[in-house]
Design a protein around this ligand. Structure first.
Ligand SMILES: Cc1ncc(COP(=O)(O)O)c(C=O)c1O
Length: 479
């Protein structure tokens, strides 16, 4: 197919290389041009006949690509008029989570989902690096494997089976540079199969929701209650459902066993796929962590893990355990994206896991985080108007606010003024209208020394607002 698209009305470079049929490639190229702003709102697209001629495609192929883009909201059509580019400024690259105070100065870091990076096991990492470099054969410094180093995939097979109950073999694992990349690659692979409806938890992480939408999925929300996401609302047209079953982000509730069964039954019946984001499954404080959902349906679940919460987001090391038929497409997508994840880090992590230094680090972190969460809950009990949610797990706690106030926006402003970084709940809802406000408080991010002062700062914000004492029981209605 020619790569340059010129017509009497506009001259545009369209990259039609890549995977999939002609329709999918044309659709992807146009979508990319619209998202990148190279085709601006209101621009008329050429007629299907004209473009088909220029590109050497059938008119039906161009027309099908236009229809898909219209359904996804990238173009608008009117009978008898040219197809035009829609206003998609909302679909541009998502901003990173807005949890930094506007002045950018973080005095107290209570951002959710961040580990205490001051406790990064630098000495152990250095020792593992030495061992790896001492033993490395020359090939280790050559080109890497798009699927990931075999040492790491082997170490993960043992580790994930032992600690999370994941059923896998090394050949079903693909190493990526973070869950963010996993989601991007997976969306590309799944959309190439022609199904484009995805369900995500509501509330849920806005960054990944935007990523899935931006990839081209039509999305809808699964309401969340005290049993986790309501899987009963999944439709048969849905191809992928993105879940955080061990510890729902942000409410902190685990997916109820009956819903675990139900979502697996849905996937088997409809050919749907479950994407399990096990982002902080290692951290449960009152009991052994609940095993991964993946073990209930290994052929229907894509299991995703990351080092971002256990070691630190700096490493960009994550893993995906796939149903067999998705392995090759994911490896191809990874290779097309960035060839492979940096190799030496993978080898060091493999050594770190195999020598159980990873287990020891997580066990020590678990003890610290458990104490911190207990301290947080204890301090919050002085403000019974705020309600803490979720099981003792993870790196954050959600508190919701009473309808009579204080309002989330006012609290966030006060926090920002005082250099206290955390997140609001509102933007995590698919549609924030008439939903309770709340705050996501990360108790893991500060160093041990900094944590007490961060808690004092948080309590001072609550004390200065109208969170009067009273009695209130934690619970979780539909949020
Ligand atoms: C819900 C959730 N999933 C996954 C991740 C991990 O993402 P990554 O591996 O790209 O750092 C995060 C990190 O913030 C998260 O909050």
């Amino acid at each position: 197919m020619p790569e340059n698209w010129s017509s009497s009305r506009l001259d545009l470079h369209l990259d039609l290389a890549g995977e999939g049929g002609h329709r999918a490639r044309l659709e992807a190229a146009l979508r990319e041009a619209i998202r990148a702003g190279r085709l601006t709102a209101g621009t008329p697209l050429p007629s299907t006949r004209g473009l088909a001629q220029e590109l050497g495609l059938s008119r039906g192929t161009v027309s099908a690509a236009y229809d898909q883009l219209a359904e996804q909201g990238y173009v608008t059509t009117r009978p008898g008029a040219a197809t035009r580019v829609a206003d998609v400024s909302h679909a541009r690259r998502p901003e990173p989570p807005q949890d930094i105070p506007p002045n950018g100065h973080v005095r107290h870091d209570l951002r959710p989902g961040r580990p205490d990076v001051s406790a990064f096991p630098a000495r152990g990492w250095l020792a593992a690096t030495r061992r790896v470099l001492d033993r490395a054969r020359p090939e280790a410094f050559g080109p890497g494997d798009p699927q990931g180093r075999i040492e790491l995939r082997t170490a993960l097979t043992d580790y994930l089976g032992r600690t999370r109950g994941v059923l896998t073999t090394p050949d079903r694992i693909v190493i990526t540079s973070g869950y963010y990349q996993t989601v991007q690659l997976l969306c590309r692979v799944l959309l190439a199969e022609g199904r484009d409806v995805a369900a995500l938890e509501d509330p849920g992480h806005d960054f990944y929701r935007d990523t899935v939408r931006r990839a081209g999925f039509t999305t809808y929300g699964l309401p969340v209650d005290a049993h986790g996401a309501d899987t009963g609302t999944l439709t048969a047209r849905t191809y992928a459902v993105f879940l955080t079953p061990s510890h729902h982000y942000p409410t902190g509730v685990p997916l109820h066993p009956s819903r675990r069964q139900a979502v697996c039954a849905w996937a088997r019946a409809t050919g749907g796929l479950i994407v399990e984001d096990d982002y902080d499954g290692e951290f449960r404080y009152d009991r052994r962590p609940v095993g991964a959902l993946q073990s209930l349906a290994p052929d229907q679940v894509v299991y995703c893990g990351t080092t971002s919460k256990t070691l630190g987001p700096a490493l960009r090391l994550a893993w995906t355990v796939l149903p067999p038929d998705l392995v090759t497409p994911m490896v191809r997508a990874k290779e097309a994206d960035d060839l492979y994840t940096e190799t030496l880090g993978q080898m060091v992590l493999a050594d770190f896991i195999a020598t159980h230094a990873y287990d020891r680090h997580i066990r020590a972190a678990r003890l610290r985080y458990r104490r911190r969460r207990e301290l947080l809950i204890d301090r919050l009990s002085a403000f019974p108007a705020v309600t803490a949610h979720g099981v003792p797990a993870g790196l954050h706690t959600l508190v919701t606010l009473p309808p009579e106030g204080p309002a989330e926006a006012a609290l966030l402003t006060t926090c920002a003024d005082r250099g206290l970084a955390l997140r609001g709940l509102t933007e995590l809802h698919h549609d924030p209208t008439d939903r309770p406000g709340g705050l996501l408080i990360g108790f893991a991010a500060p160093s041990e020394r900094a944590y007490p002062a961060a808690l004092d700062a948080l309590c001072a914000v609550f004390a200065g607002s109208s969170t009067r004492p009273g009695t209130r029981c934690p619970g979780l209605q539909r949020l």
